[in-house]
Write a protein that binds this ligand. Structure first.
Ligand code: LLP
Length: 411
């Protein structure tokens, strides 16, 4: 979303017009921004054979997945339905990676049948896989490198040795034993942490570790660094310098290829980096409420539509679209659910009046994707602005949608 000539626009369209047409609450995404992020990513990693596998859990609308395909990415999926979405968007099975966590083995079997790249992340699944498929189907191994990322956020720091993700580095002997016993074709090694790529030093340590381990697999074709690239959300926290990261990787990569003896592809699975700042959640101010200590802006959305502020203490910049030149006041912006439902506390906004249009920024990743109909409030519609036009890409949920799977009793 841009602010130009006293108004907020997305792809050149005044956001008030979009919200008038489709109503609020409304998720709006900017296709040009997404294309720019794909281009930025490709430019930063131009020195290595890097491939993007868009982590569609971040925003799994079919139209967004179609757009990614048009932009030349692959797809990272975590469930059978995400694989189906990828296929529906036109991805070829081998452009899709299946990276599930703690799933029933039948899901992995289904993915094998579909022909996606398979990522195995527990010894238990690896044993089952080895017994069933042996070396007939290549696999990627998801590792936990057991490195502390020094990011104090338990919900997103996954490389440490108490994380549920990946096969621990200390279990590599078991992996090797299974590889030898069943002639497994391990062609990829994967690591991911949603917070690790904050610091180039930690990334370098992780990359060195994973390259060292990966070099020991004779069928190696790719190393997958997962996602976790931060974006600037306006909270003043440092953001990774992507070209510097690309350079770091390029330097390590040539030694790695010498060690392996052939070129190995480098994969990334960015979600937030591609779509986070592409999306805005628009809401209307329903109530202005003052008590002795706080001025509240009540809006017609809440953590049912954007859970990140309450769940992760995540910062989302909030602006008053209707009164950009108004005097600044400090407000706490709250949702309309019947429990504590803060979207932003103690924020400076230009004076808010009831009915004003409020924009909650950086909501493209893990926004709609984590939304619910809690309090029996329908989920918002979604709109994609592309080539100067606002396209409805998901209808607003209705009462009928919400009750369609309920089975009333005959009392
Ligand atoms: N690859 C794997 C294996 C993942 O588990 C994830 C995210 C990604 C890639 C993409 O990560 P990204 O580039 O978007 O950081 N709901 C949380 C984030 C959870 C991330 C889950 N896995 C949030 O709202 O911040």
């Amino acid at each position: 979303m841009q602010y130009e000539n006293d108004r907020y626009t997305i792809g050149g369209i005044d956001v008030r017009d979009i919200c008038r047409e489709f109503g609020t609450p409304l998720y709006v995404y900017d296709a040009a921004y997404i294309a720019g992020q794909v281009a930025r990513f490709k430019a930063a990693f131009a020195g290595v054979p890097a491939w993007i596998k868009y982590a569609c859990k971040a925003c799994s609308n079919l139209a967004i997945i179609q757009l990614m395909r048009k932009l030349g990415t692959g797809l990272d999926t975590v469930s059978p339905a995400e694989i189906k979405l990828g296929l529906a968007a036109g991805f070829k099975p081998d452009e899709i990676v299946f990276t599930p966590n703690c799933v029933d083995f039948t899901e992995i079997e289904q993915a094998v049948e579909t022909g996606t790249v398979i990522n195995i992340e527990s010894i238990s699944s690896l044993e089952k896989f080895a017994r069933k498929f042996g070396g007939t189907v290549p696999i990627c191994i998801r590792l936990n490198p057991n490195i502390s990322t020094q990011v104090n956020a338990d919900k997103v720091d996954w490389w440490h040795n108490q994380s549920k993700f990946g096969i621990s580095r200390s279990q590599l002997d078991t992996v090797k034993a299974l590889e030898a016993a069943y002639d497994l074709k391990i062609n990829g090694v994967h690591i991911h942490s949603s917070s690790v790529i904050m610091s180039p030093d930690i990334f370098t340590e992780g990359a060195r570790t994973v390259f060292d381990i990966a070099a020991g697999f004779k069928h190696l074709e790719f190393v997958d660094f997962g996602g976790g690239l931060k974006v600037d959300v306006g909270d003043g926290n440092p953001v990774i310098d992507l070209p510097a990261l690309g350079q770091t990787l390029e330097n390590l990569y040539s030694d790695f290829c010498d060690q392996v003896g052939h070129r190995v592809e480098i994969w990334f699975e960015p979600g937030r980096f591609l779509v986070g700042n592409a999306g805005t959640l628009f809401a209307e101010c329903t109530v202005i409420k003052k008590n002795e200590a706080v001025d509240f802006v009540g809006v017609n959305t809440g953590f049912n539509h954007l859970i990140r502020p309450m769940f992760y203490d995540a910062y989302h910049e909030i602006v008053n679209v209707s009164n950009p030149a108004g005097p600044a006041h400090t407000y706490t912006v709250v949702g309309n659910l019947c429990e504590i439902d803060n979207l932003g506390q103690g924020r400076q906004l230009s004076e808010v009046r009831e009915k004003d249009l409020i924009a909650i920024k950086s909501a493209g990743a893990y926004g709609y994707a984590m939304a619910s109909s809690y309090n029996s409030r329908p989920r918002p519609a979604e709109v994609l602005v592309m080539d100067g036009q606002a396209h409805l890409i998901r209808k607003r949920e209705t009462y009928a949608d919400m009750i369609q799977n309920m089975v009333p009793l005959d009392l």
